[in-house]
Design a protein around this ligand. Structure first.
Ligand code: LMG
Ligand code: NDP
Ligand code: PMR
Length: 395
């Protein structure tokens, strides 16, 4: 199939570098949940579930009187049309599990935006996704041309856009040298942040046109980009510095491949890209929530230690990481559970608050988590937005 794209990820394994600095765990958090948040979440879980039920009823009532209703039954009862949701990186891991959960609900048509068409088709079939509830469209986030092409193709399909989920990511923990996107940006930030930045900026217009009762733009974040947690203090730590590398284009030639201008480190580049994802979500919220009513959200779904994200890590890591997360940190979640969590952020009537970074406690109840200082820095969010606009050709 012509739509199939070659994988840009090398499958070679090598021994990772030693941690560069000692971790300092002065913060009051463990396992991704700050202690106070954890307690709050525990104590308020009953109140939360009551509130949720109430909100759910209210949202359904709203839904039955909204313009996105196009089907009447013989009794004159009306039902909400299927929502239309784009999920990037739906060929595996969290994206696939989310697509499956949404497609199986019967309430959503999922556009699986992926770089490998055949892999995605096989994955969707193997997951047993109902054929009529998904469409696969080609998207390579490591090419801005491909992003623009995807947006054109999507518009030609004449489907509405009700929710966009920016989920795809690459992680290169063992790379000794940077690799680059089609436009020459370091691959992790180029794919995870800049590709999604252009995609979501272009598709904002489409989301805005939707008549669906709850329109959402969701960008997957992570605990490892948040230095207010233990996990975020495992070296190398995320740090965007003064953005000098980003401003220079991350090309590794006349500018550093790293956002902060430092030496290349694949694990840090990934964590930095997640900080950009979380900052972007908040900047979207500040700029567009009031005007458009769109819900902007990010989340940490839990540690899904078995996904393809770790494909380039050394085999020993891939062997030990799942039991380490399951039995020691207890931060592990299955792909299935994580997919349900992200599907909740897509469609749960109680999760409509904008500007929120969602996490789940050990009873799998969602709560609004705190971002680290850097990941909630308003000035940095604005700068990342402005520099990124220039890099992707929007300014
Ligand atoms: C960086 O190093 C590299 O610099 C970078 O290039 C990149 O590769 C990056 O993220 C990738 O890693 C990070 C390095 C520094 O961490 C390690 O290399 C540690 C590897 C550990 C891998 C985790 C999984 C394996 C754990 C083994 C456990 C096996 C158990 C399984 C079976 C259980 C069944 C019951 O990291 C540091 O410097 C970390 C220092 C932080 C230590 C903090 C300690 C806090 C203690 C609390 C938790 C307990 C942890 C126990 C560890 C397990 C011991 C058995
Ligand atoms: P996977 O590797 O299983 O999934 C990543 C997806 O991104 C794949 O579908 C992959 O496609 C796709 N992708 C990679 N590069 C591109 C590209 N250039 N263009 C289009 N698609 C691309 O990892 P996860 O499911 O774990 O990761 C999903 C999200 O969850 C990421 O945003 C990650 O940061 C986040 N996350 C993961 C955690 C975990 O513990 N696993 C924890 C916290 C957050 P292909 O199949 O073709 O390779
Ligand atoms: Mg981490 C304390 C809890 C905790 C949690 C929830 C995670 C999540 N990790 C925790 C602790 C630790 N990790 C500790 C104590 C160590 C040192 C032994 C440790 C190490 C470690 C490594 C080497 N952890 C890792 C790596 C990776 O390569 C993963 C990574 O950083 O990817 C960027 C990773 C992760 N730990 C997590 C999560 C969710 C990840 C991976 C995914 C991500 O952020 O997207």
């Amino acid at each position: 199939m012509a739509l199939q794209a070659a994988s840009v990820v090398s499958s070679a394994f090598s021994v990772p570098k030693e941690g560069k600095s000692g971790a300092s765990f002065k913060d009051s958090s463990l396992f991704g949940v700050t202690f106070s948040e954890n307690l709050k979440a525990e104590f308020s879980s009953v109140a939360l579930s009551c509130k949720r039920e109430f909100k759910a009823v209210r949202a359904q009532t709203t839904a039955t009187t909204s313009p996105a209703i196009n089907k009447g039954t013989s009794e004159g009862k009306k039902t909400l049309r299927k929502g239309s949701v784009i999920v990037t990186g739906a060929s595996s891991g969290l994206g696939l599990a989310t697509a499956k959960s949404l497609a199986e609900s019967g309430k959503w048509h999922v556009i699986m935006a992926c770089r490998d068409f055949l892999k995605t088709e096989r994955a969707a079939k193997a997951a047993g996704m109902p054929k009529e509830n998904y469409t696969i469209m080609h998207l390579d986030l490591a090419s801005l041309d491909s992003v623009r092409q995807f947006v054109d193709n999507f518009r030609r399909s004449e489907r509405p856009l009700d929710v966009l989920v920016c989920n795809a990511a690459v992680y290169q923990p063992t790379a000794k040298e940077p690799s680059f996107t089609a436009e020459g940006f370091e691959l992790s930030v180029g794919t995870n942040h800049l590709g999604h930045f252009l995609l979501s900026r272009l598709l904002l217009e489409d989301l805005n046109k939707s008549d669906y009762p709850s329109k959402r733009l969701i960008i997957v974040g992570s605990i490892t980009g948040n230095t207010n947690t233990l996990a975020g203090n495992v070296p190398p730590k995320a740090n965007l510095g003064d953005l000098r590398g980003l401003a220079g284009g991350l090309n590794g030639l006349n500018s550093s491949a790293m956002i902060d201008g430092g030496d290349f480190d694949g694990a840090k580049a990934y964590k930095d890209s997640k900080v950009c994802n979380m900052l972007t979500m908040q900047e979207f919220h500040r700029r567009y929530h009031e005007e458009t009513g769109i819900t902007f959200a990010s989340l940490y779904p839990g540690c899904i230690a078995t996904t393809g994200l770790f494909r380039e890590h050394i085999p020993l890591f891939r062997l030990l990481f799942p039991p380490f997360q399951k039995y020691i940190t207890k931060g592990y979640v299955s792909e299935d559970e994580a997919g349900k969590r992200l599907a909740q952020v897509v469609s749960d009537p109680s999760l409509t608050k904008s500007g929120v970074y969602w996490s789940w406690n050990k009873n799998s109840a969602s709560f609004e988590n705190q971002l680290s200082q850097e990941a909630s820095d308003v000035e940095k969010a604005r700068k990342v937005w402005e520099v990124s606009e220039k890099l992707v050709g929007l300014a």
